[in-house]
Design a protein around this ligand. Structure first.
Ligand SMILES: Nc1ncnc2c1ncn2[C@@H]1O[C@H](COP(=O)(O)OP(=O)(O)O)[C@@H](O)[C@H]1O
Ligand SMILES: [Mg+2]
Length: 280
């Protein structure tokens, strides 16, 4: 099922004034996400990927430009807009409209069981206890944690904790998922397993996904489109369509076109990554 949700950044710039020197994180970034599409962002460390994701999700105010989140499933059919200048009095996070975030780590509450973690977003949006338990159980089963609903995060592996975070994001029912290196802290095998799982979940739900990853292969494997960003201030330097059909199967990474695309994207990133490493 394709979900009707559009996220858009229009000429978004961001300067952080929190330290002694201002940090110019984003410069004129424009990006429109089509409903039901899976978009990946790659770029060197510190180029503003997380900042862009947070701005698009309404967790971070912008300095200039506009972030538009059209959510036609909302009762009033309205869309939400953040635009310049961001009122200084508005604390970050107050404008969330239910997009579901998945972060690299620490995205689950250690004091809640798997069941209560997954049901958390539903509880926040006022879904009744019986219904949210049923929805949460369904998602827990779909990420393969059916036997662990009473466990606490410290009793789980890193991969299982990320499954909890992913289940929670899907369980919210949000048409938009924003993921910031969701598999980035996992070992290579777990990561590969979870790429397949994420692919299957997404192909059955077709949510609008924006995912940051530092793994080019992961971006090609999962995404319809790959956005390449340059070093700070972050700008979009390439916007690449991934040509592989859906449903996508593992093994596509052996396709010569896959290998060629990986090389091409690495070619676009390499100099920036090197410069970032040397400057660090
Ligand atoms: N809250 C903040 N205050 C000051 N600087 C920040 C803040 N958040 C991020 N930055 C800076 O903005 C730049 C972009 O950060 P980020 O979006 O986290 O990059 P990425 O996710 O691509 O690694 C970095 O130089 C980072 O240090
Ligand atoms: Mg980041």
């Amino acid at each position: 099922m394709t979900q009707d949700a559009t996220l858009e950044a229009r000429e978004v710039s961001k300067v952080f004034f929190s330290g002694s020197d201002p940090v110019w994180a984003l410069d004129g970034v424009s990006l429109t996400l089509e409903p039901g599409s899976f978009t990946c962002i790659v770029g060197p460390s510190g180029c503003g990927k997380s900042t862009l994701l947070r701005i698009m999700g309404g967790l971070e105010p912008l300095t200039s430009g506009e972030a538009v989140r059209a959510a036609p499933d909302r009762a009033d059919g309205s869309s939400h807009r953040d635009s310049t200048p961001a009122p200084r009095t508005r604390p970050a996070g107050t404008q969330r409209i239910g997009e579901a975030f998945v972060f690299q780590e620490h995205g689950v509450f250690p004091w809640l069981t798997v069941l209560h973690n997954v049901a958390f977003g539903l509880r926040m949006s006022g879904v009744a206890a019986a219904e949210r338990t049923a929805i949460a159980r369904d998602w827990i089963a779909r990420v393969g944690l059916g036997a662990f609903e009473g466990h606490y995060p410290h009793q789980l592996s890193g991969g299982m904790r990320q499954r909890v975070a992913i289940a929670r994001a899907f369980a919210t029912g949000s048409p938009v998922l924003l993921m910031d290196e969701p598999l980035g802290a996992l070992d290579a095998q777990t990561r590969q397993l979870m790429q397949e799982e994420l692919l299957t979940l997404w192909e059955s739900e077709r949510k609008t996904v924006l995912m940051v990853t530092h793994d080019i292969e992961e971006a090609i494997l999962l995404g319809d489109r790959i956005i390449v960003m340059s070093t700070r201030p972050g700008r979009i330097t390439s916007d690449i369509e991934v040509p592989f059909a859906r449903p996508r199967t593992m093994g596509v990474e052996r396709d010569p076109a896959f290998v060629e695309l990986r090389h091409r994207i690495w070619g676009l990133l390499k100099d920036d990554v090197r410069a970032t490493e040397e400057g660090a």
